[in-house]
Design a protein around this ligand. Sequence first.
Ligand code: ATP
Ligand code: MG
Length: 382
Amino acid sequence: MAKEKIILTGDRPTGRLHIGHYVGSLRRRVELQNSGEFDKIFIMIADAQALTDNADNPEKVRQNIIEVALDYLSVGLDPEKSNLFIQSQISELTELTFFYNNLVTVQRLQRNPTVKAEIQMRGFNDDNAADNKAGIPVGFFCYPISQAADITAFNATVVPVGEDQEPMIEQTREIVRKFNSTYAPVLVEPEILLPDNASCLRLPGTDGKAKMSKSLGNCIYLSDDSETIREKVRGMYTDPGHLQVSDPGKVEGNTVFTYLDAFCKPEHFEKFASCFVGKKVSFSFASLDEMKAQYMAGGLGDVMCKNFLYAVLEDTLAPIRERRHRFEQDIPYVYEVLRRGTEAARAVASQTLAAVKRAMKINYFDPGVLDELIAEQSEKYR
Ligand code: ATP
Ligand code: MG
């Protein structure tokens, strides 16, 4: 039998999901879901992981579970095809983590570049931080190991995520190899699936900072209303050297163009042609390359570019927002989806845990095993 194709991915319930999540992972997930190529799809709300750096704020995590679930349903994840579940309700994942802990060194975790960057960003290494923030929580430091448990528990073959997750998947692969060579070939080595569009690998924030991130306040949320999006786009970082409309502008590092790279489709130029009709000058573009060429040559102003970007974003986000409003009116349904998804996910994780324990010879009371053990030990003392 050919190996099953299984997806696992997820998000931390630390806030509503934003357009960085959308282009970095969500959009791809929905495409993969609808491709029919996958045997199983598991989408996890990683609340236990969110608690590793939000231990003092369980209410925030609890509130955001429903926000993330609403975002999932509104982008088109379909509970009939994708299994949506809550991480903390599957204790098998914690058990797997505990066993995998033995296969990873502190030094290896210290070298994980994403963990390093996140420790820096959260100020865990800052001696002057408030008491409850000083030092690195052990759970946070070890979260790559718990992520390996999440991925392997479901025998995932493919993990569609943003670029910041690359070191996590690499670490998971190492744990799988170590486990399989030490005990028995039980675990499946996953592949990472990165966005194929370079600007989606790590979408910058509206302030031009390297990553759009809930914690940096530079996000356009999937649930933002259209006026909020208009305001955020209006205030966006562009090319600081582009002072006069007639000046040549830079598209590299210009967030407006990065977002266009991520969202713009060829048909948008015809659909939103009116954005380029001005009082003094008008343009007609057939493609993003043509628009960029004009910007670089000079004459095309930031206001026109931002109006066009706003129209493009609205084209994608308005249907998502409308679907969200509908699900917001049916909260019992949303929790039922999560409850059922969690139950189904637990059944799979418990099979993997059983196989792991068998491989590690810690399955003393499995059917048949106890009899064997009794016979073996009795023989020893005869
Ligand atoms: P937090 O600040 O709590 O870590 P986050 O915004 O980084 O939140 P996560 O839940 O950690 O979000 O990430 C969920 C998924 O979204 C991951 O696959 C991650 O790679 C992807 N992702 C997050 N931010 C971006 C971004 N700006 N561009 C592309 N992908 C992103
Ligand atoms: Mg993150």
